[in-house]
Design a protein around this ligand. Sequence first.
Ligand code: GLA
Length: 730
Amino acid sequence: MAILINEEKKLFTLNTKNTTYQMKVIDYGYLAHLYYGKKMDGDMSYVITHYDRGFSGNPYEAQEHREFSLDNIPLEYSCYGNGDFRTPAFNIKDIEGIHGCDLRYVSYEVMDSKYSLKGLPAAYTNDGEKGETLKIVLQDPQVGVEVDLLYGIIEDKDLITRSAIVRNISDADIFVAKASSMSLDFVTGDYDLIHFHGRHAMERMYEREAINHGVKKIGSTRGTSSHQHSPFVVIAGKDANEDAGDCYGISFLYSGSFNCEVEKDQTDQVRLNMGVQDEMFEYVLYPESEFVAPEVVMVYSPDGFADMSHKMHDVVRYNICRGEYKTKRRPILINSWEAVYFDFNGDDIVNIAKQASELGVEMLVLDDGWFGVRNDDKSGLGDWFVNEDKMGGPMADVVKRVKDLGMKFGIWIEPEMVSEKSELFKEHPDYAFVIPGRKPVMGRSQLNLDFSRKEVVNCIFDQMTAVLDKIDVDYIKMDMNRSILNVYSMTEGIQNNGTILYKYVLGVYDFMERLQARYPKMFIEGCSGGGGRFDAGMMYYTPQIWCSDNTDAVDRIRIQYGTSFAYPLSTMGAHVSAVPNHQTGRVTDMNTRGVVAMTGAFGYELDLGKLSEEDKTAVREQIKTYHEAAPVILKGDYYRLSNPFEAEYGAWMSVDEEKKHAVVGAVLLNTHGNHPVFYIRLRGLAPERSYRDKKTGVVYSGAALMELGMPFTIVPGNYPSYQILLDAVE
Ligand code: GLA
């Protein structure tokens, strides 16, 4: 049993293979958090100490025991209004406008499997894996609110998940002002926060900072998880690094606006809350109705970032991603976007496919511009019928011509949007988010459709399936190209941003679930202007997401570095594109672009017809290499060998589970005259084994590669790259 309960002490212990999580019902029925970390036995309740700290309120029943204050006690799910003045996990407003409540323990229940959440992503167990759930019920009968705290465990994966279900048990409406999915209090320890900020075309930049007094907030109010912050953070011990030290990886399975706050309080304790964004959030709870806070997945490692990432990667790959392609190599694709943008016809697309298939590419992806009137990004969204004039006939003909080349076929869609210049907008202006009487704020000349409404989702779903039913489609790239604003839903009684945006996310999830169910063999790749909705929640529906609109190899090294802390390489769409690069103007050679793009789900996005013969040969070679290396890249353990924000080179490697095969990649970011050789210490190999470099045949000792490092001699030129495939010598 992974869940141990001491009835007498009301002590709850959750054990995974290597970690322990403990909590306890203390005086007056409060649920205190005791411990999360290395696996341990025993009762850790001694960590809670009581002092009268002054200006820290006391529960009424405590009377003269002024040393008992929730302001100083580590809690499982703190709420505003009962004496804890730290940033609360939960806050509620009643019909009179009074904020706050006082949640106390009522009961618990243990379930023999890992819970799931209706309409929301949640980690699941595979055959042979054991999952368990602990539900703890807290209640404030006076305010009339009940909260189920859900703790899911997948023991072998060292995974603990959390979610909360808030229920109105009164006979009046109440408003959920904040409902974090989890809260984690640290009584002891001095920590850093690692988070991943960014912007469009420069997502998930690594940042590490000390957790100081006050509150640090990251999150999104854009309706998507956003380019600006990833819903994933690491709480790291001061001395934690790639190889050693305490670290907690915390990932939110939600693709909408989110909030993560980290506070160091007056007595140096640390609290982390993660959940749906509470700014402008007042979810209306009618009597007996519920609000489900999306799931958070957590892993802990005492052995540094690499081990933490391996655990998180395994969870994402095997317990969150679904479908045929969850770990399978995806077809190597050519995408039409950076090759021709909107300027194409059916013959051009077949031609792109033909050139690509001659080089070994396996799938053609027809990007934006095939539907409605869409020759630039100012019109056509919402009109999901094939532009047969542009395509030179029915889409089925184009698809057939591509398939006759032996290739698979993929197509781009952007279901959540409408252009003002479209048939849909003319017919159903109320389907768009626009506040009546106000001018909407535009984004890429488009408006968001109100996906919180079922009939809007259905309208788009029906249009799209009418096209897709007629063609044999293998892949969909599902895009989303603006941040959400002008939130107003024609069918909602009370216009509350948070409620509508939460329902919007459920609408998007429902759309994808239905699409996948209708075309079970089809593979969906997520996208939001690249990595604007790159989160583990989305991965439940799309096991791969276009990592960034920035395809520049040098920038990608940093983007992929940050992304790799939480997400496995199998989730990162990565393409070789043209030079000068369309986003940065930088020129890197074909090898460098290939080595970087192979650190993910590999493809091409350029006019292959313009390549020199030399580059075409390089492309053929890359495809051959990717075929050999993909199983290690997509399923192996990933090691970051340098921090490209600090080091002169970017370097990384993947090693398969048996430690028999490894793929090493490196790019020199800075060249100087008479440059010293750089030695990179490899990781994750078996020290007792020898490994042969597949290309040169040189045999190295595993131990030496990890202790002394592998020499990389400098090749003159800009951003020289290195790729080494190692095989263990039997
Ligand atoms: C977004 C995507 C691109 C491309 C365009 C098409 O920006 O990230 O890859 O699909 O839309 O409009």
